[in-house]
Design a protein around this ligand. Sequence first.
Ligand SMILES: Cc1cc2nc3c(=O)[nH]c(=O)nc-3n(C[C@H](O)[C@H](O)[C@H](O)COP(=O)(O)OP(=O)(O)OC[C@H]3O[C@@H](n4cnc5c(N)ncnc54)[C@H](O)[C@@H]3O)c2cc1C
Length: 491
Amino acid sequence: MQSDIPDVLVVGGGNAALSAALMALESGASVRILEASPREWRGGNSMHTRNLRCMHDAPQDVLVEAYPEEEFWQDLLRVTGGITNEHLARLVIRSSATCRPWMRKHGVHFQPSLSGALHTARTNAFFMGGGKALINAYFRSAEALGARIDYDAEAVGLELDGGRFVAARVQFKQPDGSVREERVEARACVLACGGFESNIEWLREAWGVDAQGESPADNFLIRGTRYNRGVILQDLRDQGADIMGDATQAHMVAIDARAPLYDGGISTRIDAVSLGVVLNRDAKRFYDEGEDFWPKRYAIWGRLVALQPGQIGYCIIDAKAVGRFMPAVFPGIQAETLPELAAKLELDVEQFMRTLTEYNAACRVGTFNHTVLDDCHTEGVTPAKTHWARPIDKAPFYAYPLRPGVTFTYLCLKTDESTAVHFGGRPSPNLFSAGEVMAGNVLGKGYTAGVGMTIGTAFGRIAGTRAAAAALGFPGEDTARIIEERDRAAA
Ligand SMILES: Cc1cc2nc3c(=O)[nH]c(=O)nc-3n(C[C@H](O)[C@H](O)[C@H](O)COP(=O)(O)OP(=O)(O)OC[C@H]3O[C@@H](n4cnc5c(N)ncnc54)[C@H](O)[C@@H]3O)c2cc1C
């Protein structure tokens, strides 16, 4: 008779968790998955995704041209400002070249990037049906391989013996709203339960109070799931696990201020920034809107807005920009004149006009081309706009109010290539981590589109294989070879 104790307990129900679960199942381990959300909200932030970033030395089905390891690494190095671990980053990058056949085997299909999708046809492989389809396919595959899945099941604490995982304390939400707590043992455990981005209290504590005496986090919106509350991260921190990173660092996007507090998803992102200017509450510009291609810069704008008074920004464009960016779910606030627009935004009209007039006069328009770092720039205005600078002078004018949209936080469990959770520098023999809960090892700050899913897939697959090895007693050192063989078999 099969024991009730699973070989591998997976905490989480997103991409990293399911990648781990599938690898563990393929290794012959019995797997139990705990997903904090109800079934209809399963999949965490992963359900909101569209693609993963992949290296490739030659065209690969949906990926055009080449995106070699070195270029991927340099992109990552640039956005993180060097706050990354090169060894782990290269491990992620290399695995992205070969993991997709295995993903296909578990039901994930890919499609070429759509127009308007951040110029990513070369670097990012898009999921047919988006992240929701990927999540549904993985759950289906995990179920078919015999996984036990619990929804409304939030792990609230871990029982450890030294650094060894013994059991999780789990709260099961009952249909009547009550909660039943249970102790769930397993031979090994993978933590893939996200960051702490959905925990407003923790964000408040991390961000403190700004120069205006305001709590910036009160004005943050969360782009994804409400279930990544960092409960286990907090518990492990209290139990002496090695934690790394800055609690204020996160993937933060400027999103429409009219978005809901949670789960607004991709459609609330405002992609018009590089085509216009962004003003703060004082009707002043504060950063170079044309610094680089939008895929390389969109993830810094949430933080930039977070550092402005009142954590609000206004992206202003004119009729020339319409049709050149992914349409947002909320319509732009429209006006026939700039003063009328300023009034509609309740900004100081005089200062607004001073900022726009100065900017317009500073534009040196060469050959506008949004697909290259063109020569349209400003002269004699601070901050400069270094590319795609054209006067905002053609009615109608539009404004999109912006708030910081937190995607995921970077404070995380410190790990190494084994994905083991560390205690005082020593790796746990049976407790592993994957995805956002450890992504800060690679992402100290900044972001490049699609790397979240690449990190979750790479480390999820290692964590699942390692956990199965720990539970079933085969050598964890064989992990790289096992993954290589599975990739080859699936190709
Ligand atoms: C709107 C949006 C769009 C994005 N687009 C992309 C994209 O196109 N490409 C890309 O690479 N990245 C994208 N990202 C980032 C990407 O979603 C993450 O990097 C990735 O999904 C992280 O995967 P994960 O499995 O670690 O976390 P998640 O997918 O968030 O999964 C965490 C899981 O843990 C569960 N959980 C949390 N706490 C507990 C607990 N205590 N007990 C049990 N379960 C728990 C949650 O319910 C959830 O199922 C996007 C994010 C958002 C919000």
